[in-house]
Write a protein of this length. Structure first.
Length: 1017
């Protein structure tokens, strides 16, 4: 799954396709996105798209992408990342519902653009409008297959042959509004309707083929994949219908591992990977289910699976869990508790209608499937009770491996023969046995080496390199009769042509501790590790491993608790259930990846490759080559082989990095070659290659010495003569120049002195004006002596950045309520000062006009918004004025011990009992006009306690740079400062806040106006 939590920043994917270079293309609500298996690249309006919302797209044979948008028309994006906008005026506010490309020749085509309200536009491949059909203005969807175009409009459904321009089917009784999806299959069409049904349209006859049982489902997409019709039910997952019988082949829902069921589009790439575009969950790559997990979470009976066996004839699977034999009846899909033994079951083996059961302490039992009769084998043949580790059948013989030797039972003569160390066994405690194609009986035991029995003769292998612990757990053979041995601590051994090969962690194994081994029909080798599976495909040299995040949902596998059915289905048992692996669902990717060269960096700069060659002048260069191999099936397992001929003599094999680095390249002729292999080992047939030629230095070229000799001899004579003449000329020229420059400098000095005096006068006049403006600004700010008549418990820390300030504070007393306001106007200095005086005047006016005792601070903000828009004419088209302010208001009603808070663009901090509460207020500031934005402002009502504190402030304090690392003070530190000081008297609070700001700022420049107004209730 690719989404905002992984690597894809877009959550809503409306369509997918593939470029000619195999790169995946995604239509999203935030632009057009490409994905090459390695990185996502997003193209938006910043790159030239007409609109970020891409509703659909189609790609031509040359790789040009035609994008339909939610509005503003169509964009054409080509492989050189150039973008052309079309129909921007015609479709300014109209959604493009579909785009189809119809080729009129091998190189030319027409583009059909279908819209929701403006009908259908037909363009040529250069973007010029050929025709416009508005008779059916609303086109809900459209699809082109071969020469047939199907459209669903408000007038019904129509199929047109574009080569003959004839309508071959129409049905005006089917409103296009009720049709949700269409797709073609040969000469037939599949049509999905809003009533959750799917019909087949063949030979002008509609036939219902599917009805979704869920009323909540929406059939939003149809796609034919091989012999299946994939039906996206949007909120219910995907249904796979057999296109011949219309029977349901499969479901893909969250229950079966699908990451999201809100699916909008389905796409099959050239590797037959299924891609899903979702509503809110990004893009999903759907894997065919190779592993099926049956866990205790699904069925509590599946607790600690120790052995597995299957009877195809009786359609039953037998599963041993400790001392219980479970039977899964495939005919009725039921798992039931069948046989309870008083001992742990260690192994199961089927011979005709009889199931042989090995136990940990009580020997062997025979269970007849038809009669369900249980017979104690050890009692029947008067064998001592012993631990049975493995049971195998070969022709008419049954081999029983125990902790006290090997029993061989003839099912025809019912004769029993026993082998122990007395008869030549290396060890009596046999963990498992394997009988290969030439009837060699291989033994797995701890404390013994590798050995087998052929006839009556034991063959022992000694001095096997790498076998140090001699703990062998399991043995098997592949289709070539090569022997594979799983050990506990020494990894895996392969015996082929009288030689042993050892595989360990360094060769890809999950761990060197292996508890079972088997092979599949494709020649793959599967190794059981305690916490996962290791596997090696037939054409691979190394192992890979799988754990719970790759489909294996079982942990802590049991030793030799596996079953191999005809090399097509593999089963493994563990503490919390069992895993089934279907070999037929294994996808072997025969197509090698496509190599793409991102860029070549020479000394950190991208250089172009011209005619497969990079030419560089003499020097030393650091070269980085960045590339990618496009494949979407296990891209993380792509391997690269590369070489730089001229520098290297050996290939760099099996590299995983997407770049090659060569430092300090000097003069020479180099050739870089790169191959890539996919996860199945299939390699690109042709390398990505280019030449790098670094020129020789001059001293390495023969003609340099000839020219040097001639030049040096003649130059010495000419130089001496030339220097005498030149020195004389320079002396005369210098004398003239000194005289001229002396006069110029005296003149320029006088001009500079006059300019300096003029600038000093201008600066003094401007400073006097601004200083006088400060007196005016200070005059309108509330005076403490006046405010304390109504409310004295407050302080103000006021620090303008310049002479005049864009921040201001305000107090009013009305209807026995105290109104405190802090404002942070657009800008600072003179512009901010003007704005603060305008806002102060408007606030005075608004409060003066309030004629009710219920003073609502949000009302003041709303009125201020309206007044600023009017005063600054911001509603005028083209005014461009966005000036305004961020504001925080606190209304105090001491009679009811209630405060009313409201703010725009600024938070308000309220401290009570050492706990700070943040009232964020509206995200919208005051000022600026946008008819599409409705600004809402809220009021918070708080019943306060004595000594609670309220803090109104601008953003200048928290944004100030300072400290040892020259970083912002930050809101987090400001909140802590308020909490720490809230219990202190206001004068001390003011001093601490002022001192903290000064210490933090230090010698750094103040970046903004600062105001903090603290109120103690």
């Amino acid at each position: 799954q690719f989404n905002t939590e992984t690597v894809l920043n877009q959550r809503y994917v409306y369509g997918l396709s593939q470029l000619p270079n195999r790169t995946l293309l995604l239509s999203t609500n935030e632009g057009l996105v490409t994905y090459d298996g390695n990185i996502f690249i997003n193209y938006t309006t910043k790159n030239g798209l007409a609109n970020d919302f891409v509703t659909c797209h189609k790609t031509d044979k040359q790789g040009n992408v035609w994008c339909g948008h939610y509005q503003n028309g169509v964009s054409v994006w080509n492989k050189n990342n150039a973008i052309k906008k079309l129909l921007s005026i015609e479709l300014k506010n109209t959604k493009v519902t579909a785009i189809s490309l119809y080729y009129t020749s091998t190189k030319t085509y027409n583009v059909y653009v279908f819209t929701m309200g403006k009908g259908t536009y037909v363009l040529n491949n250069e973007g010029r409008i050929i025709s416009h059909n508005e008779s059916e203005s609303v086109v809900y969807l459209a699809t082109l297959h071969n020469n047939e175009l199907i459209t669903a409009t408000e007038m019904g459904i129509t199929i047109t042959n574009l080569s003959t321009h004839k309508t071959i089917y129409t049905n005006d009784s089917l409103s296009g509004e009720n049709i949700t999806a269409v797709c073609a299959n040969g000469n037939s069409w599949y049509i999905a309707f809003k009533n959750n049904t799917v019909y087949e349209l063949s030979n002008s006859i509609l036939t219902k083929i599917y009805t979704c049982a869920s009323k909540d489902a929406q059939l939003t997409h149809l796609l034919v994949y091989k012999n299946e019709l994939l039906i996206n039910t949007f909120s219910q997952g995907i249904v796979a219908l057999n296109t011949r019988t219309y029977a349901i082949n499969n479901y893909y829902t969250t229950y079966y591992g699908l990451k999201s069921v809100l699916i909008q589009s389905i796409f099959i790439d050239d590797e037959n990977n299924v891609w899903l575009g979702t509503y809110g969950s990004g893009a999903i790559q759907l894997h065919r289910q190779q592993f099926t997990n049956y866990t205790t979470a699904q069925n509590k009976l599946l607790n600690n699976v120790t052995a597995i066996e299957k009877s195809v004839e009786h359609k039953r699977m037998f599963i041993a869990t400790n001392a219980t034999l479970l039977v899964y009846d495939e005919a009725i899909v039921e798992l039931k508790n069948s046989v309870a033994l008083n001992d742990k079951i260690t192994c199961l083996s089927l011979y005709h209608d009889t199931l042989w059961i090995g136990t940990e302490n009580k020997g062997t039992y025979l269970y007849t499937i038809l009669t369900k009769k249980l017979i104690a084998f050890n009692a029947l043949y008067k064998l001592p009770l012993q631990q049975v580790n493995d049971i195998k059948h070969y022709h008419n013989y049954t081999y029983i491996a125990t902790n006290n030797g090997l029993h061989i039972y003839n099912n025809n003569s019912q004769h029993l023969k026993t082998f122990t160390t007395n008869e030549g066994l290396l060890h009596n405690n046999i963990y498992s046995i394997h009988i290969d194609k030439i009837r060699r009986i291989w033994f797995a035991a701890h404390g013994a080496g590798v050995f087998y029995l052929k006839g009556n003769e034991f063959v022992v292998f000694k001095n096997i390199e790498g076998l140090n612990l001699f703990n062998i757990n399991s043995i098997t053979s592949d289709s070539y009769n090569n022997i594979w041995i799983a050990t506990e601590g020494d990894g895996v051994f392969k015996y082929e042509n009288n030689n042993f090969t050892n595989y360990r962690i360094s060769d890809g194994l999950l761990t060197n501790y292996c508890y079972g081994i088997t092979c599949d029909k494709n020649g793959g080798v599967w190794v059981v590790n305690s916490n996962g599976l290791s596997y090696k495909k037939n054409n691979q040299k190394l192992f890979s491993y799988l754990q719970s995040n790759e489909g294996v949902g079982i942990n802590n596998f049991n030793t030799n608790a596996f079953y191999n059915y005809c090399n097509e289905e593999l089963y493994w048992g563990g503490e919390n259930g069992l895993v089934q692996y279907s070999v037929k669902e294994t996808k072997i990717l025969l197509t090698p990846p496509t190599l793409q060269l991102y860029n070549v960096l020479i000394n950190g700069k991208v250089v172009p490759i011209v005619n497969d060659t990079i030419l560089l002048p003499y020097g030393k260069y650091d070269m980085v080559i960045n590339y990618n191999a496009t494949t979407f099936l296990q891209h993380e397992k792509v391997r690269y082989n590369y070489i730089l001929t001229g520098l290297e003599t050996k290939w760099n094999d099996n590299k995983t990095d997407n770049s090659s680095y060569y430092p300090q390249l000097t003069d020479g002729h180099y050739t870089y070659e790169l191959y890539a292999s996919n996860a199945d080992g299939f390699k690109t047939t042709q390398p990505l290659s280019f030449n790098i030629i670094i020129d020789k230095p001059l001293y390495k070229k023969w003609w340099t010495y000839v020219i040097l000799f001639m030049v040096v001899g003649g130059s010495v004579w000419l130089y001496v003569r030339y220097r005498f003449k030149k020195i004389k000329q320079e002396r005369e020229k210098l004398q003239r120049l000194v005289t001229l420059r002396t006069g110029q400098l005296l003149s320029e000095k006088k001009n500079l002195e006059l300019t300096k005096k003029e600038l000093e006068i201008i600066n003094r006049d401007m400073t006097d004006s601004i200083t006088y403006a400060k007196l005016i600004q200070d005059a309108i700010l509330p005076k403490y002596e006046k405010v304390k008549l109504h409310f004295a418990n407050y302080f103000v820390f006021y620090a303008p950045r310049d002479i005049v300030s864009g921040d201001f504070y305000f107090h009013a007393h009305k209807f026995n309520k105290n109104i405190f306001i802090v404002g942070d106007c657009t800008g600072h200095g003179v512009p901010g000062g003007f704005m603060s005086m305008i806002c102060n005047t408007l606030i005075n006016k608004i409060i003066h006009e309030i004629n009710t005792s219920d003073i609502d601070p949000s009302y003041i903000i709303k009125q201020l918004q309206c007044n600023i828009v009017d005063e600054l004419n911001q509603q005028d088209i083209g005014s461009g004025s966005r000036d305004g302010l961020d504001i925080a208001i606190c209304v105090i009603d001491q009679a009811s011990q209630t405060i009313y808070l409201s703010s725009a663009g600024r938070p308000i901090y309220y401290v009570s009992n050492d706990a700070l509460t943040v009232y964020k207020g509206s995200v919208f500031g005051v000022g600026g006009y946008d008819e599409n934005v409705q600004k809402d402002y809220n009021t918070y009502t708080i019943n306060y306690n004595s000594n609670d504190c309220v803090y109104l402030f601008s953003d200048g304090y928290a944004d100030q740079f300072g400290g040892d690392n020259n970083k912002k003070y930050m809101s987090k530190n400001l909140r802590q400062l308020f909490v720490t000081n809230a219990h202190l008297p206001l004068t001390i609070q003011q001093n601490n806040i002022s001192t903290t700001f000064a210490n933090w700022k230090g010698a750094h420049k103040q970046i903004d106006d600062v105001i903090v107004l603290g109120i103690k209730l």
